[in-house]
Design a protein around this ligand. Structure first.
Ligand SMILES: Nc1ncnc2c1ncn2[C@@H]1O[C@H](COP(=O)(O)OP(=O)(O)OP(=O)(O)O)[C@@H](O)[C@H]1O
Length: 319
């Protein structure tokens, strides 16, 4: 069953700019332009694209904050902008760069407010809060005012707030932005569990490909307001012939090393950067380097989403 349905959706913005001292000019921006896709119940879909591609505009239309200029849009069978209040009970939203929690109140009070606003039955509320507190390790934080929480703690608090009313759909906008490695891992683990155990449909906007890799079976790339790729992450890497980078610190400076399956793209003293196809495992490459050269340290870098998309276009243009 499709829970989210968009058919040829468009959203324009009219921008007025000053042209000369007195004259003003109108310009229309097609933020979303002929967007069509469906998301089935229980799917976890990555929704990615470069800055200004139209991701936030899509999410705002899906929550009913913005009305489409044209086209057909349904979430759980209803038109979001027309039934915004009713739909609010069925969706959860988390913005990495903004909080929905009350800044001066302890976390517990924000949750209590959510209980009242969404009229969550007491049993359900108790069970959901207990589950979130356990999975997100919030026990020691419940009585702390939100302004005293670290970014990672606040994000965990926001995730719980978005899920207390058992939403069918969860929209996440950059949920791991600015978090350290440990906090990112915890947030991802929690989201995986929510999607798996509750069957919550997740639409995830991110600039971090590792979020997608660890959470989403499907990824949609949007650019200039329309879908330019819809498939698996591996497929996207293949389509863009994208590369990951193994960064190795050798025991001493050397000229570019030779390892099968990778090419050295940069050398700086004992540090070398080796590019290899993103869909391949780094393990054999690490083993091959370690076997031939004394190694001090290493790390693997994911390609930037912008690079993958740029390469995808280059492929289309060549092919
Ligand atoms: N309220 C607005 N008024 C005018 N133009 C807007 C408005 N909101 C968005 N736009 C324009 O619409 C286009 C799409 O913006 P949107 O915020 O949806 O992109 P995005 O993919 O979310 O980008 P980012 O990754 O930077 O958040 C951009 O050109 C943006 O400038």
């Amino acid at each position: 069953m499709a829970l989210i349905e968009l058919e040829d959706v468009r959203r324009d913005f009219t921008i007025r700019t000053r042209a000369g001292r007195l004259r003003r000019e109108k310009r229309v921006v097609h933020a979303v332009d002929g967007l069509s896709f469906t998301v089935g119940a229980g799917e976890c879909v990555g929704y990615i694209g470069p800055n200004g591609a139209g991701k936030s505009t899509t999410i705002k239309m899906l929550t009913g904050i913005l009305v489409p200029t044209a086209g057909r849009l349904r979430v759980a069978g209803v038109e979001p902008a027309r039934e915004r209040v009713g739909l609010a009970r069925r969706i959860g939203v988390v913005f990495g760069q903004r909080t929905t929690l009350w800044w001066d109140l302890p976390l517990r009070d924000s949750y209590e407010l959510a209980r009242r606003i969404y009229r969550i039955p007491p049993d359900r509320y108790r069970a959901n809060l207990a589950r979130c507190v356990e999975l997100l390790d919030l026990g020691a934080l419940l009585d702390t005012p939100v302004r005293q929480l670290s970014l990672g703690q606040r994000m965990r608090g926001d995730l719980a707030a978005a899920l207390l009313h058992d939403p069918q759909v969860l929209y996440l906008d950059e949920p791991t932005i600015g978090l350290d490695v440990v906090s990112k891992a915890r947030v991802r683990e929690f989201l995986r569990e929510v999607n798996r155990a509750e069957g919550t449909t997740v639409l995830l906007t991110t600039h971090d490909l590792t979020d997608i890799e660890q959470l989403c079976g499907r990824v949609m790339v949007i650019d200039h307001g329309r879908v330019v790729y819809d498939g698996s992450l591996d497929g996207l890497h293949t389509a863009g012939r994208s590369e990951r980078t193994l960064v190795v610190d050798l025991a001493e400076p050397r000229p570019a090393i030779a390892v099968p399956g990778a090419r050295v793209v940069r050398v700086d003293g004992p540090r070398q950067w080796l590019a290899f196809p993103a869909e391949q495992s780094a393990a054999p490459l690490v083993a091959a380097v370690a076997e031939r050269y004394p190694l001090v340290d290493l790390s693997v870098r994911e390609p930037a989403i912008e690079d993958v998309i740029a390469r995808m276009y280059a492929e289309v243009a060549i092919g």
